[in-house]
Design a protein around this ligand. Structure first.
Ligand SMILES: Cc1cc2nc3c(=O)[nH]c(=O)nc-3n(C[C@H](O)[C@H](O)[C@H](O)COP(=O)(O)OP(=O)(O)OC[C@H]3O[C@@H](n4cnc5c(N)ncnc54)[C@H](O)[C@@H]3O)c2cc1C
Length: 302
């Protein structure tokens, strides 16, 4: 790693840490260390970071707010990249909104609401960044990113910059072609919204927020819905009907408020969470013959 650090220094990349605990960067507050954690401050620094990553053949991964990630206790080998301050811009041009990949989705929803723009109300309580939301095609309340996204700017791992249109992103339920075809980093997104009534937008946002507060265990570290909804059903319903609410492995617990959430009661490890995930899958399979698939992304080494 010494040579990688030296090359990053020579490239003027400043925010570099070795053995950074990823529990500090995930909303579950679990996960081992990243060998090298880099937070480039702007596009030029990101380009240079990726050039160093390529030169050393390092495995790499980008993270946003870690709100959909289960990082195993052994951590992540190679480089973990988190977009820094220079990816936090927002520009409103009429009904088009151009926003950095590191911008918070929650902040984005309140900013566009202030401009009287409608279309992103569904995303009100999604605690990720714009880049992660595009990658995941995040959604809620019957809508999703694919409905309002015009395009995304991506730095591919090859070093090439491309702009992917909505069509090229091939959005489906909680997936995009970024997960399959285009391995890279979303640095900017363009949303196409519509003019709406400011008061109405604010009241929808408030209603959605209230609903989340009542139905989700937001006072505990968690990663939102753990499993994808199987076609025609809800993962939460199946887990609850399997009698698993409150089931616990170590400090990882199936929320009693929302069965598709696993909360960290304090000292949970990734191993606890994974053991619980496997127990849920087995139990639901035995009871209903449905195999639940995780929506959270499990990464790193055990
Ligand atoms: C309380 C709570 C409620 C939630 N509610 C919802 C909900 O209603 N709907 C929903 O869809 N999700 C929900 N989530 C899950 C999560 O917030 C979303 O999946 C979110 O889009 C993830 O964004 P992130 O920035 O945290 O990404 P991370 O969790 O950091 O990463 C997720 C994936 O995206 C990739 N990624 C991150 N940034 C980039 C980038 N710039 N370029 C390319 N790839 C990138 C990562 O490599 C990783 O594979 C919830 C989570 C919590 C904790």
């Amino acid at each position: 790693m010494k040579e990688v650090v030296r090359d990053l220094e020579l490239a003027g990349v400043q925010n570099v840490t070795l053995n950074e605990p990823l529990s500090r960067h995930t909303t579950w507050k679990v996960g081992g260390p990243a060998d090298i954690f880099i937070s480039p401050r702007n596009k030029a620094e990101l380009e240079r970071t990726m050039a160093v990553v390529r030169k050393h053949g390092l495995p790499w991964r980008v993270i946003g707010r870690g709100s959909n990630l289960l990082v195993r206790d052994g951590g992540i080998r190679g480089a973990v990249i988190k977009l820094g301050a220079g990816f936090d811009d927002l520009k409103v041009e009429g009904t088009r909104v151009i926003v950095g990949g590191g911008y918070s989705v929650i902040r984005l929803t309140s900013m566009v609401a202030k401009h009287g723009l409608t279309g992103l109300e569904f995303a009100g309580g999604i605690p990720g960044n714009v880049g992660g939301a595009v990658y995941m095609n995040a959604g809620a309340h019957g809508s999703e990113i694919s409905r309002v996204l015009e395009s995304a700017e991506v730095l591919l791992e090859t070093g090439e910059w491309i702009t992917l249109t909505n069509e090229q992103l091939e959005f489906q339920y909680r997936t995009s072609s970024l997960q399959t075809k285009y391995r890279g980093i979303v640095t900017e997104a363009v949303f196409q919204l519509q003019y709406g009534d400011r008061k109405e937008i604010a009241s929808i946002l408030a209603r959605n927020k209230d609903r989340r507060r009542k139905t989700q265990p937001l006072q505990y570290p968690c990663a939102g819905s753990v499993f994808r909804n199987p076609p025609g059903d809800h993962a939460g319903r199946l887990i609850e009907a399997s009698g698993l609410k409150g089931y616990r492995v170590g400090d990882a617990e199936v929320s009693t408020l929302h069965a598709n959430f696993i909360i960290n009661r304090g000292q949970a490890t990734a191993k606890d969470v994974l053991t619980l995930i496997h127990h849920i899958i087995r139990t639901v399979e035995e009871k209903f013959g449905t195999t639940l698939e995780p929506e959270v992304q499990v990464v790193g080494e055990g």
